[in-house]
Design a binder for this molecule. Structure first.
Ligand code: COI
Length: 353
């Protein structure tokens, strides 16, 4: 396994973390980059000072959308730097790449190169609970060619950003509007890929929801507009009185690493986690009967985000007392406890840099 070539920036002052951190607004000094060419494979694995990209205006991703990304985090405990299930993110990235006819990464090598980058940037890792170093790997097709076909060259980069809570409300419960006009993904499409296009396509609905006072939208399936899918920046869980349900992966939902981890933890806690189709009408009906105890989202950026209010057509449902539910808080504490190295890691999810 090759090592990346490293060129370091000369800092004249120590790293000072911005306050407040916000989400994705500040970037560290260095990035990781690898280039790919058809017939040659991946080459030029480098860690170097962060700099703007110079690209040909015909670069294919700008025209035809061969752009995918990932999101994971690094945490700090004393001198230790911890990553949470990084292999899962690069495996998912390879799945996204396959869907968009882009090249696969060597997962083990990419994790090692990421570790080298994070080690160099360790002073940028915030230590307060809820804060972390967000890791954004991404890949784009860069061939200068306007024919609609897969690019023959690619750039893969990893940039790093010290972050706090994803939502402006911090870890306070979010208000979610169930989207009944626009759709996110159809079966056979890009829904389960972390394609940039999925996020561009979600912005109009999110903007309209924001104008109505909501934080985000909850997508319904695109065919029947009946079943709950995901929020777009996080997977959704509904704690009913007799089970904790999350939509089954059907090809249209992002298979979240946090989602998978939550399911495992809930299983161990004997909370009856269930992956199934969840009709929105069932949620409304069971809410009127008092059977919807909690709703929360799960994602790398969002961690565990309690949903305080869910609105669907004319129904405005306050979830529980509108605050952070007991299970949401317990899951947040458990996951962040493991991620920050404060709690035992029975599944071996945490990788030390
Ligand atoms: C993540 O949770 O890492 C995401 O990718 C969500 C969002 C910031 C795009």
């Amino acid at each position: 396994m090759g090592k990346p070539t490293i060129t370091l920036k000369q800092r004249t002052t120590p790293v000072e973390l911005p306050d407040p951190l916000g989400f994705g607004a500040h970037f560290t000094d260095h990035l990781y980059e690898a280039r790919y060419e058809e017939g040659k494979g991946w080459f030029n694995h480098t860690i170097k000072p962060l700099e703007p990209l110079s690209l040909h205006p015909a670069s294919s991703f700008m025209h035809y959308g061969q752009a995918i990304f990932e999101g994971l985090k690094a945490y700090r405990k004393g001198d230790d730097i911890l990553l949470f299930r990084p292999d899962q993110n690069f495996e998912r990235m390879n799945n996204s790449a396959a869907r968009l006819c882009m090249p696969a990464l060597d997962v083990a090598e990419t994790v090692e190169h990421l570790k080298a980058l994070v080690e160099i940037e360790k002073d940028w890792i915030p230590t307060n609970k809820g804060e972390a170093l967000y890791i954004r790997p991404y890949m784009i097709g860069t061939e200068a060619a306007l024919g609609v076909r897969p690019s023959k060259s690619y750039i893969f980069q990893i940039i790093l950003s010290p972050v706090g809570a994803y939502y402006a409300s911090g870890f306070a419960p979010v208000k979610i509007l169930v989207e009944d006009e626009y759709v996110r993904a159809v079966r056979g499409g890009l829904g389960e890929s972390k394609a940039a296009a999925n996020y561009g396509g979600s912005m109009l609905a999110a903007l309209k929801a924001k104008e109505k006072g909501f934080t985000q939208v909850l997508w319904l399936d695109a065919v029947e507009r009946k079943y709950v899918e995901e929020v777009g920046t996080m997977n959704i869980f509904i704690r009913f009185n007799d089970e904790v349900a999350t939509p089954a992966l059907s090809g249209t939902i992002l298979p979240g690493v946090t989602r998978r981890s939550v399911l495992k933890v809930l299983d161990d806690w004997k909370m009856n986690p269930v992956e199934r189709k969840i009709p929105i009408d069932e949620v409304v009906e069971r809410h009127t009967k008092g059977e919807v105890l909690e709703v929360f989202g799960a994602g790398t950026a969002a961690v565990i985000s309690a949903v305080g209010e869910l609105a669907y057509k004319d129904n405005r449902m306050t979830i529980g007392d509108g605050g952070v539910g007991e299970l949401s808080q317990k899951l947040f504490d458990e996951l962040t406890g493991v991620q920050y190295g404060e709690k035992p890691d029975p599944y071996g999810w945490v990788v030390k840099v």
